[in-house]
Design a protein around this ligand. Structure first.
Ligand SMILES: Cc1cc2nc3c(=O)[nH]c(=O)nc-3n(C[C@H](O)[C@H](O)[C@H](O)COP(=O)(O)OP(=O)(O)OC[C@H]3O[C@@H](n4cnc5c(N)ncnc54)[C@H](O)[C@@H]3O)c2cc1C
Length: 498
């Protein structure tokens, strides 16, 4: 929507000041375009949003914050805003201005020897992956299953997970803008410039404060040093299928493989609802499909191909090790690609397929589509009885409400799994929307009362699971008061309600 000068001048003074700083083309006023972009795949009701600004240079951010502070208006910061299932671009509280960083999209450096890239928040996983390939570097970007257009740094700030690792474990350094406009850098990066490559020693000296800025509202991250994984000679995808009853034992066996450093990725284990894309026949009982990556020299991979089946003996209906070409011949090429740093919208398409629908191939933006999704994201210990308890909860949801959640239970290491459990629903049918929300809340409650805890929450459910009296959240409140006394940065995000 084009906005005229007179429209801009008729808005609140804060937007007027932001328009003269950023140019009218980078400020969106309340209206059709803003309302459209507050739609979100989870069908959460949007709070009142005053406007939407998109700086083109990081240097504009301190000035934006200064204007907002003068006008007592907070900003809600995000990178590309594809936080699907958790609220997308929605702030937690009313009367914020959206601060989108997608125009800060420069790859500032890629270092092959020390395997890192320095990126701005708008850099997409597709952009960084393409650049690594264009330069012919033997490096793998740890991609997620989300959109190729999603942000490497944005996902890291939400503590998302890639196919190889937790994204936060890839964060070697960061540049952050505080609420008062101060710019700080972590580790040695903060010291006087050095001609040496220093980003690969993340802690520097003294307190390491990087952890304060993920899942928080204490600063705006405007640059990140992101670890990349050196590519070895051979990569293969370890793939197996198990009956549901064998899942607990499979997870413990996989924990053993992590202890021996045999697996070089997160393991994704999806139920039939998740794997619908494989066209499973209805007669079979519930099965789970597991995928992970192994890599190394030819000899090492050959050794793993002999050794791993011994550990999985008696557990799998079928299993194998696929090369890239073999994966491509069996519909699994794009999943193989995710393990070697090539992002895909396969999983976005798969979500629609599991509802027997197709997403417009030219617009993979699920925030505006017919089908919606909600998330329940518990951490599970890598222990047979906990896996059985989690599967029992999923079964109880299907039994009590007739909805089978699409689930992946993902071993990250030998200790824990991050699960991604989704409920899909028809956004055009109000009854389906209400039922999905009720059932998802009930599923979260069942996991919680059964002793599980959650690694991420959506904008609407978060506060029901934060106890302000807990000393953790009291410390967070003290830090907020010290760093952002005017509360102009993303109020309500991962903090107790005021
Ligand atoms: C089919 C499907 C598959 C998915 N697969 C995955 C997956 O494999 N792994 C995964 O983690 N998620 C996954 N998601 C969820 C989600 O889409 C991703 O997490 C996505 O990367 C988030 O969008 P974004 O990268 O644009 O981040 P943003 O939406 O920009 O950021 C996420 C949040 O982090 C904070 N933030 C962002 N940037 C900054 C900054 N610069 N400074 C301070 N705070 C900031 C904001 O609060 C923001 O709301 C999936 C979703 C779907 C529908």
């Amino acid at each position: 929507m084009n906005q005229t000068e007179s429209e801009i001048l008729s808005v609140t003074p804060v937007l007027e000041a932001l328009s003269s700083l950023l140019g009218t083309g980078n400020v969106v006023l309340p209206g059709k375009e803003l309302s459209k972009n507050l739609q979100n795949t989870s069908h959460f009701e949007a709070p009142n949003v005053l406007g939407w600004v998109k700086p083109t240079q990081a240097e504009q951010i301190p000035e934006i914050l200064s204007i907002c502070r003068q006008h007592h208006v907070p900003v809600y910061t995000y990178s590309n805003g594809l936080n699907w299932g958790l609220g997308s671009r929605l702030p937690y509280e009313d009367d914020c201005i959206l601060l989108e960083l997608s125009n800060l999209n420069q790859i500032l450096e890629i270092n092959e020897q020390f395997h890192y890239a320095i990126v701005e928040p708008g850099v997409t996983q597709e952009q960084l992956s393409n650049e690594i390939n264009r330069r012919g570097l033997k490096l793998i970007l740890n991609v997620t299953g989300s959109s190729p257009k999603s942000s490497v740094l944005g996902n890291t700030m939400e503590r998302g997970s890639g196919f190889l690792e937790h994204r936060i474990n890839d964060l070697k350094g960061m540049e952050v803008i505080l609420a008062d406009g101060t710019i700080i850098r972590s580790g040695f990066w903060n010291m006087e410039p050095s001609q040496r490559e220093i980003q690969h020693f993340p802690m520097g000296m003294g307190p390491d404060w990087r952890g304060l800025f993920s899942q928080s509202n204490l600063g705006i991250v405007c640059k990140g040093v992101i670890n990349l994984t050196p590519k070895k000679e051979v990569q293969k995808m370890l793939w197996c299928k198990v009956e549901q009853a064998k899942m607990p034992a499979l997870v413990e066996a996989i924990a053993g493989l992590y202890q021996r450093h045999y697996i070089h990725s997160v393991t994704h284990i999806g139920n039939d609802k998740r794997m619908k894309i494989e066209h499973k026949s209805a007669e079979q009982g519930t099965t789970w499909t597991s995928m992970a990556m192994i890599q190394g020299s030819e000899n090492f991979v050959r050794f793993l191909e002999e050794e791993i089946p011994v550990y999985l003996e008696g557990l799998c209906i079928s299993m194998g090790f696929l090369t890239k070409e073999e994966a491509e011949a069996t519909e699994l090429g794009e999943i193989f690609g995710c393990h070697v740093g090539i992002p895909t919208d396969y999983f976005v398409r798969a979500m629609y397929k599991s509802e027997d629908a197709e997403l417009d191939p030219n617009d993979m933006q699920i925030d505006f589509g017919k089908y919606g999704m909600l998330c329940c994201l518990p951490v599970l210990p890598a222990k047979a009885e906990d896996i059985k308890a989690a599967i029992d909860i999923l079964e109880s949801i299907e039994h009590d409400f007739g909805i089978l959640p699409a689930a992946t239970l993902n071993p990250m290491n030998d200790q824990c799994l991050e699960s991604v459990i989704n409920i899909y629903f028809d956004r055009y049918d109000p009854e389906s929307v209400k039922k999905a929300h009720d059932v998802n809340n009930e599923m979260i409650r069942r996991f919680y009362t059964s002793g599980f805890r959650f690694y991420r929450f959506d904008v609407k459910t978060l506060h029901s699971y934060i106890n302000p009296e807990n000393t953790h959240w009291k410390l967070v409140a003290r830090l907020k008061k010290a760093l952002d006394p005017d509360r102009i940065l993303s109020p309500g995000r991962y903090e107790a309600k005021n």
